[in-house]
Design a protein. Sequence first.
Length: 201
Amino acid sequence: MNNFDFLRDEPRFAAFAGVAISAERIILIDPDMCILNCRRAMEFAIKWIYSVETSLETPYQDNLHSLLNSEDFRDYVGNDLWRRLDYIRRKGNSVAHNNRRQGFDEAMLCLENLHIFMDFISCCYVRGYEQREFDRNAILNRRENAKKSRENAENAKSQLKEQEELIRQNQEEIERQKFNRELNISWVDENLPKADNAIIL
């Protein structure tokens, strides 16, 4: 279950729903890519708000920084939510422009902030809105399961190596026994006629 699946229920959110869902899906594989997708989803959502909200006037420069820092937009979302959005922007910029790798915790906070923003949008524009809390445990459980899967894979790999080594040792023993049998047969073949002659005499 993805924290952003609820966005799929509203066709008008199609511009940013998929990116938000992808951000959460990739956090365990690549936290930096998760942060970048959080930034993209946020930017798409902000532009969508500007397109539907008549009280907001699009700045002359419609880049994310200008859209986010517009006085009208800051008043619209409130200071707490604005700070959360700016955190996503700054972390995204660090990854995209400064090549500063971020960690799992930073990616998780970006996801949580993005979820709060998406819940805000849903509250403002969805009839029959239901408040949703960000489920950190859903992601943490996935990480724990992935860790166990890796451990199981490593254990299976180790057991396979042990089995391969045992097979190799068995094959060496079989070859050794085969060599000894052939050696004994050769000795008998060489010495048996002499033994027969000795008996005849």
